[in-house]
Design a protein around this ligand. Structure first.
Ligand code: ZN
Ligand code: ZN
Length: 107
């Protein structure tokens, strides 16, 4: 159920009334928005990227699970690979996810 309190600073009703809270600095549109939008944009982009990274790593795990014919919790990934995925640029991780040869080499 969406909140119906009508408070424009409510995390649930605010955005419906055009008042957004910046996830980086926490300022609201109604208060003039971010003090430093460039920095906030970069932080928000990073947060989106981190979220996508989790999704991509999950996809890779699922593909390896399929190759190894095991359930997701039994997937074995070579030592150090996970760290590589966590640290590599998101563009490379995107490509890696669709790289069957690479997935096959891990399985
Ligand atoms: Zn509300
Ligand atoms: Zn901000």
């Amino acid at each position: 159920m969406p909140c119906m309190c009508g408070d424009i600073y409510c995390p649930s009703c605010g955005p419906a009334q055009g008042n957004y809270r910046c996830p980086a600095c926490g300022s609201w549109t109604a208060d003039g928005g971010c003090e430093d939008p460039t920095t906030c944009d970069a932080i928000v982009k990073k947060m989106d990227e981190d979220e996508e990274r989790w999704y991509l790593v999950d996809e890779i795990y699922q593909r390896i699970a399929k190759e190894q014919n095991v359930s997701l919790i039994d997937v074995k990934v070579p030592e150090g690979e996970y760290k590589k995925w966590r640290d590599m640029p998101i563009e490379e991780l995107r490509k890696l996810k669709d790289n069957s040869e690479y997935i096959g080499s891990l399985a």
